[in-house]
Ligand binder design. Structure first.
Ligand SMILES: C[C@@H]1N[C@@H](C(=O)NCc2ccccc2)[C@H](O)[C@@H]1O
Length: 450
């Protein structure tokens, strides 16, 4: 392998308490909010088919017009406490807020730019009250920060000339200043979610990024930073030039999920997901497929079953309203979580053979196994093939622990769990399996197949 100064600084998962807490979140909320929300994905009456938070890059968007939008930013309906309560009801354990997206508009009072909330009609800090509201609800706060900043004269996609390099040094200093400022203003933040780090110029900044990451980690011990921040000695991100994970968890799953445990490489990871196909910021006209709560719950369960966290995105509108579609999803997901949260929180991957009916999760606290059923077999028999030398001690529906289900042995380590068909299962449900391992090949004492 290559000798890297600025590659991965750790092999394998972090084992400290803050990372354990992160690993056990299960469900998170992303919030994309900024001046782009004022456009609602339209300009001058025209529909923008791209991601609304990228509308400034649209050729039909006059850049100076976009750059004046902040003078109209005055969200009368912004209620951080209501947002935090809604997230609590949904069952989110952490929240990631865009402090600054690619357009550079800073949602906190920043000493280092005039393009911030203090110079908007709203005038006040957006981030501070949000952090307080989510802290009060017991939801951990993470700060999203885009390195790419279209508002900064020193920003460069690549460094071609000496002028580029000089300008970029100013930009790097500005970036560091804003990040230090954020951690000084909001020390209860548990981590940073970096974005906008794919340009060539940034990929040459292995030394700067490493020193800055070290400085931030020193400010908040245990700070959690993903794989999308630092480039290594050769400009590689997410995984260094030896294939080792950069940062504390893999941050590459954006609008997609791993399909197998192998896809996760055994790392910690989060998946961030939009409700429509590709809208993070507020778009008034969601076209194409809009995901149902059923789909999103399956993505959540699949993520947890593969040792990851699932982060669902919300894009409040220009007045600070949570749109009705998102409010409905938060309620539906929350209703499901109230009944089934034991299969999500502090749960992770189980190495039993994946079955068609759904997903296994296993509690990291008490080892209980959860079968989360999405595809009910017509005969009501859930096939379960355990790992070797495992016997099933007790099986029952999470919602009805008194209803003991008796597995039918099919062959060694393989059973049918008979689900009571008269139970009208109308949403994904959970079967609890209490199991133990043995060193001899008992059949678990269950009846032989008829
Ligand atoms: C979390 C999302 N990331 C931003 C984005 O620009 N994604 C597009 C993208 C994703 C991966 C590599 C390059 C570019 C989106 O605007 C959201 O903020």
């Amino acid at each position: 392998s290559l000798t890297l100064e600025y590659g991965a600084h750790r092999i394998g998962k972090r084992t400290d308490q803050m990372m354990e807490t992160w690993r056990n979140y299960g469900l998170g909320q992303f919030i994309h909010w900024g001046v782009y929300a004022l456009t609602g994905g339209h300009w001058d009456g025209e529909y923008y088919s791209g991601a609304a938070e990228w509308i400034r890059s649209w050729d039909k968007m006059p850049k100076d017009a976009y750059d004046q939008l902040y003078k109209s930013f005055d969200p009368k309906n912004y209620e951080p406490k209501a947002w935090a309560k809604q997230a609590k009801e949904m069952g989110a354990k952490y929240m990631i807020i865009t402090t600054k997206h690619h357009d550079g508009f800073s949602l906190w009072p920043s000493k280092y730019t005039d393009y911030d909330v203090t110079n908007s009609p709203y005038g006040n800090d957006i981030i501070g009250p949000l952090v307080e509201a989510y802290d009060a609800e017991g939801i951990d706060v993470y700060l999203y920060f885009s390195v790419m900043d279209w508002s900064q004269p020193g920003y460069r996609v690549s460094l071609e000339t000496e002028e580029d390099r000089t300008a970029y040094e100013d930009f790097k200093a500005f970036t560091r200043n804003q990040l230090i400022e954020l951690l000084e203003l909001y020390p209860s933040a548990k981590g940073l979610w970096f974005d906008g780090t794919w340009d060539e110029a940034w990929k040459e900044q292995a030394v700067f990024a490493d020193e800055l990451e070290k400085e931030m980690r020193a400010m908040i011990p245990g700070l959690i930073i993903g794989s999308r921040f630092r480039p290594d000695d050769y400009g590689n991100r997410h995984f260094d030039s030896n294939g080792d994970l950069m940062g504390d968890y893999e941050q590459g799953w954006e609008r997609k999920l791993p399909n197998t445990y192998e896809d996760t490489k055994g790392n910690d990871w989060d998946a961030v997901m939009t409700v429509p196909e590709n809208q993070w910021g507020y778009h008034s006209d969601w076209r194409g497929h809009v995901k149902s709560s059923y789909e999103l719950i399956e993505m959540l369960v699949k993520s947890v079953s593969l040792d990851g966290n699932f982060v669902l995105n919300f894009g409040p509108d220009g007045q600070g309203n949570i749109r009705s579609e998102e409010a409905k999803l938060a309620k539906e997901i929350g209703d499901w979580m109230k009944v089934n949260q034991k299969a999500i929180y502090s749960c992770g991957y189980l190495n039993w053979q994946k079955q068609d009916w759904g997903y296994y999760t296993q509690s990291r606290e008490d080892g209980k196994i959860y079968m989360v059923v999405f595809n009910q077999p017509l005969d009501g028999k859930l096939r379960v093939k355990t790992a070797d030398k495992v016997i099933l001690d007790k099986v029952y529906p999470l919602e009805n622990p008194g209803m003991i289900l008796t597995p039918e042995l099919i062959q060694k380590n393989e059973y049918f769990i008979p689900v009571i068909m008269d139970q009208k299962w109308t949403s994904p449900y959970v079967i609890v399996v209490e199991s133990s391992s043995t060193d001899e090949d008992k059949n678990g004492g269950f009846q032989k197949a008829k």
